[in-house]
Write a protein that binds this ligand. Structure first.
Ligand code: ACO
Length: 175
């Protein structure tokens, strides 16, 4: 049985699809599509893809949707994108940028890139690069003066390929 790809127009999206740069969509292989996270993406394997990154505890669909709605109600703050395999309508890549508003730099903003993950079988096909380009485009389009992220040493070459430079250090205190 063939799986029907769900077009953006039939989905309830986290933010308007036109914020994802059209030129990026054109650069993707025709079998994949990049778009904002949708309220039904729990069913397309969103958590499965994130599990390549770290431990994911499945909260169940209702709690996942409540989190989606909480993010959407925070205006102009959360921008999560996914890459969909058109042949299966499943998510094969994901990432997000969170917009922090500041009092300094003329009430400037900073984009924080988080939770970049590409399905193990799809790595090495430039999907990670396209996710970073889409998120950086959103951050810069909103007017953020910088876009930053934390990563492991092993991922530094990937982010350098995406145009990022190592700067300063990360500090963390886990609860
Ligand atoms: N070391 C060296 N080069 C790399 C690495 C690496 N670990 N990963 C990718 N690259 C290079 C590729 O070879 C490619 O180079 P090229 O342009 O010369 O061909 C370029 O970077 C772009 O690579 P993509 O194909 O876009 O990478 P991919 O789609 O595999 O995504 C990612 C990279 C996201 C790191 C993926 O491997 C992944 O999901 N890893 C597991 C989860 C993870 O570590 N996520 C990042 C956490 S950090 C954060 O979320 C802010």
């Amino acid at each position: 049985m063939s799986v029907k790809f769900t077009p953006d127009s039939s989905l309830d999206l986290l933010f308007p699809a036109d914020l994802v740069a059209p030129e990026l969509k054109a650069q993707l292989h025709p079998d994949v599509h990049i778009r904002p996270l949708a309220s039904s993406d729990y069913r397309r394997g969103h958590l499965d893809v994130l599990s390549v990154l770290t431990v994911v505890t499945d909260p169940g669909e209702a709690a996942w949707v409540a989190q989606f709605n909480a993010m959407r109600s925070a205006a102009s703050t959360y921008y999560a994108v996914v890459i969909i395999d058109r042949t299966t309508d499943r998510i094969v890549g994901a990432g997000s940028v969170f917009i922090e508003r500041k009092f300094l730099r003329g009430l400037g903003g900073v984009g924080h890139i988080e939770d970049i993950a590409v399905d193990k079988n799809q790595q090495g096909k430039k999907l990670g690069l396209r996710i970073i380009q889409a998120l950086t485009h959103i951050s810069e389009n909103i007017g953020c003066y910088k876009t930053i992220l934390n990563c492991s040493d092993s991922n530094i070459p990937f982010y350098e390929k995406c145009g990022f430079q190592k700067k300063e250090n990360e500090m963390a205190k886990y609860a």
